[in-house]
Design a protein around this ligand. Sequence first.
Ligand SMILES: *[C@@H]1O[C@H](CO)[C@@H](O)[C@H](O)[C@H]1NC(C)=O
Ligand SMILES: *[C@@H]1O[C@H](CO)[C@@H](O)[C@H](O)[C@H]1NC(C)=O
Ligand SMILES: *[C@@H]1O[C@H](CO)[C@@H](O)[C@H](O)[C@H]1NC(C)=O
Length: 397
Amino acid sequence: MKNLALSLLFAAAANGAAIQKKPRQLEGSSGAELPKLISSGGINFLPKQKAYKIEQIEPRNADAKRVKITYGPYKLRAANSTVKIGNAQSMDKGGTSYQYLVDDDFPRDITVLQSKSMVTDENFKREDTANGIYNHHNVFMDITKSPQPAYACEGRKAAGALPYAVFTAGATEVGDINYSSTSKDIKTGYHLSKNRALLNSIDTINYNNFDKTVYTVTEIEYLEGTPAGYIDTFQALIDPSICGGVNGAAIHPPKGVSKFNVNSTGIIAARDGYILNIRGHLHDGGINIQVKINDKEVCNSKAAYGGEGHVTKTPEGRVWETIRETSTCYDPIKVKKGDKIYMQANYDLDLHPSREMGGGHGAMAMGSAKRDLANVGTAMDGDAEQMALVVTYFAPI
Ligand SMILES: *[C@@H]1O[C@H](CO)[C@@H](O)[C@H](O)[C@H]1NC(C)=O
Ligand SMILES: *[C@@H]1O[C@H](CO)[C@@H](O)[C@H](O)[C@H]1NC(C)=O
Ligand SMILES: *[C@@H]1O[C@H](CO)[C@@H](O)[C@H](O)[C@H]1NC(C)=O
């Protein structure tokens, strides 16, 4: 149960879900127990994990440091295996999930400018759909911090804010986390405190009929301590559900509907600050997310599909292209408390079919005992969820 609750928290963090809303796979568990569980020291049951290796690498900013931290090895079960492995509950029928606390070797008391994280193979090369590996999420969450929300609702409290800060994360699409902005005048970064406690979770689906071993590789660019003048910045998600719409992390369109959109209503800025950069988070099927502030478009984040590592062929010769990236809007925007925030996400499942869940669901639906790539990406009951989330980095002023 504890592990189930934590899985829900991590999936929420990775996907920006409102945690009191239950993804359908986890009906029966309650997100409301999470803060209780964690504040009562309940996470101590999780093992602490040392990095497999930590390397100093070339920073992008001359005055900063950059480290590359590798965790693993993690074994992933084969798609046709019925034996679950891992120490946590996967969000996908066929997935494998692990959860740990980072140990003392992870950096602390630093101001992070940028980070990124990915799942790799045994040679530390990025694992991708082309190799039958789908990274559902790979998250580091800082449970010592719970930033005041950046977004709220007109006349009401916002629902579903995550109780803790997402420090860094990776998923199947390539997307860096950027706590710095294009403006030299705005100094920002994420302060990872001396007494930070980071929970790390990975949830990965192996579509191959053989076990796989993977690692996670996370790069962090940082300044030591808390340099003067730097605003402590955090990731803030815009989820259409915070003011009473569709849960942006668990969208399942009605059968037969392939073109649709999801609009937010009634979201406002909860405080003054800078939105440093904006990126949409979509799953296979998403086309773009448009963001408006006070009725003016400030970002149109577009999904790109296929390309190296993000395309494969099924044994039948059908092409499966998965989402490669969604574009980032880099211009920092100053917002005032009460400014109107609007998002619209657009989908076309004919153009880009939903990902089929792992673990043989599709194979069964097709009346076959065999599970292979032929069943991936077809529109059936085992379709993975669609996303409508906007990832922003917010510097309060
Ligand atoms: C972070 O943002 C800066 C400023 O916009 C940009 O120059 C840089 O390419 C970004 N880096 C990453 C890793 O996204
Ligand atoms: C999974 O498929 C592989 C390759 O076809 C086969 O060798 C293996 O025995 C299968 N495992 C199970 C549990 O069916
Ligand atoms: C979302 O907004 C667009 C543009 O205003 C509109 O065309 C569309 O019907 C709306 N979609 C929904 C589901 O309300």
